[in-house]
Design a protein around this ligand. Structure first.
Ligand SMILES: *Cc1c(COP(=O)(O)O)cnc(C)c1O
Length: 382
């Protein structure tokens, strides 16, 4: 690519940013560099090795994701959890304190509650910018949020969170998996670091496990030192598959946004549905915040059945939409959070966080919307 990246728009960056231009063949695609042994000494005096996060296919992803998220640099990992765990462990020391949003991805929640205290790191959970501000201590060194969050798509005010962190010199981190860089660029609102489960929308085809962190060059430099030791890298083949997926990210997100919006409106009007949670709906609690900071409202939504006892009938009758875990692939999926991500909470705790037994989460795929609506319609009417 010879046009400077800042002048290019997201759909173009998805395709071109970072591509390894092979001088030997002039091929349109990055070749897969399978080596784990690279010549040394070499002119750059660089020790090239996959676990050092510096082989060509990893660099393709670093450049593409940095360009898409408008950061200076990025690091690709073998899973979203590898990215999150490495970032937290690289930044936090015994005696430090960190603030986390209350509704977190299940794996992150377990990592934070089981592992960080064991290492002498204090943690607290908050819901609003006011709660975060009140919970800050002199030893607080990290603020971590998700927006939109699972499974009710609550959104946090990114500019407010970034200002809070900046004022106190605290690193602000967001898990941007649900929004993707097509719908939301947290770094533009002042957030310091963005993490992704690239397993979801970034790859988009439910066939690669990967993760990433995008941030400033200095944060990524420090993170790389720790990441090399923990060893959670993604190999060249995985990187190539992820690069291939990323080329259509903008295209896919347009359809995910459109299909989820359409399904949300259809479900909201259906007599068997009590409530729909989608940030694009005017009656969503965080619609105003979402409209301020998102360019599209994403492919994730959830809805509550009037009769929770009908959940199994619905799951059993769906013919096209697959009851399955995970999200963000081209195929539409549904799951029941009270039985999956939030099964470890007691019924009373679930009630408190608004996860009823009749709550169904939908990852709207990119199928024809008429077929998706027809499938939900026949399943709900049954
Ligand atoms: C899936 C997911 C993760 C974890 O990613 P893995 O790739 O499964 O390790 C983290 N955050 C969110 C929001 C997710 O959906």
């Amino acid at each position: 690519m010879t046009v400077p990246e800042p002048q290019l728009r997201p759909a173009t960056l998805c395709i071109h940013a970072g591509t390894y231009l092979d001088p030997a063949t002039g091929g349109a695609c990055s070749p897969i560099f399978t080596s784990t042994a690279f010549a040394y000494p070499n002119p750059a005096n660089e020790n090239v090795y996959p676990r050092y996060f510096n082989v060509p296919n990893q660099r393709v992803i670093h450049r593409k994701l940095a360009a898409l998220e408008r950061g200076e640099d990025a690091l690709v990992f073998g899973s979203g959890m590898a990215a999150i765990a490495t970032l937290l462990l690289a930044h936090l020391r015994p005696g430090d304190h960190a603030l986390f949003q209350a509704d977190l991805y299940g794996g992150t929640h377990q990592l934070v509650t089981a592992e960080l205290p064991r290492l002498g790191i204090g943690v607290a959970f908050c819901r609003t910018p006011e709660e975060f501000a009140a919970a800050l201590r002199p030893e607080t060194r990290l603020i971590y949020v998700e927006s939109p969050s699972n499974p009710r798509m609550r959104c946090v005010d990114l500019a407010a969170m970034a200002a809070l962190g900046r004022e106190r010199g605290v690193l602000t981190v967001i898990d941007n998996t649900f929004a993707t860089p097509i719908n939301q660029n947290p770094i533009e609102f002042g957030i310091d670091a963005v993490v992704h489960s690239a397993t979801k929308y970034l790859n988009g085809h439910s066939d690669v496990n990967a993760g990433a962190v995008v941030s400033s060059a200095s944060v990524i430099r420090g993170l790389t030192e720790t990441a090399m030791l923990y060893g959670g890298m993604l190999d060249a083949h995985g990187c190539y598959q992820l690069e291939r997926g990323l080329k259509t990210l903008a295209l896919r997100m347009d359809r995910h946004n459109e299909n989820a919006g359409h399904l949300a409106r259809f479900l909201a009007a259906h007599p068997a549905v009590a409530r729909v949670h989608y940030p694009g709906l005017a009656d969503h609690r965080d619609h105003a915040v979402a409209a301020r900071q998102m360019r599209g409202f994403g492919g994730m939504l959830s809805f509550e059945l009037r009769e929770a006892g009908r959940v199994d009938v619905l799951l059993g009758r769906l013919r096209l939409v697959l009851p399955a875990l995970s999200l963000g692939g081209v195929e539409s999926l549904v799951c029941v959070p009270s039985r999956t991500s939030h099964r470890k909470l007691s019924p009373a705790e679930r009630e408190r966080v608004g996860i009823s037994d009749g709550l169904v989460r939908v990852s709207a795929g990119v199928e024809d919307i008429e077929d998706l609506v027809a499938d939900f319609e026949q399943a709900l009417d049954g």
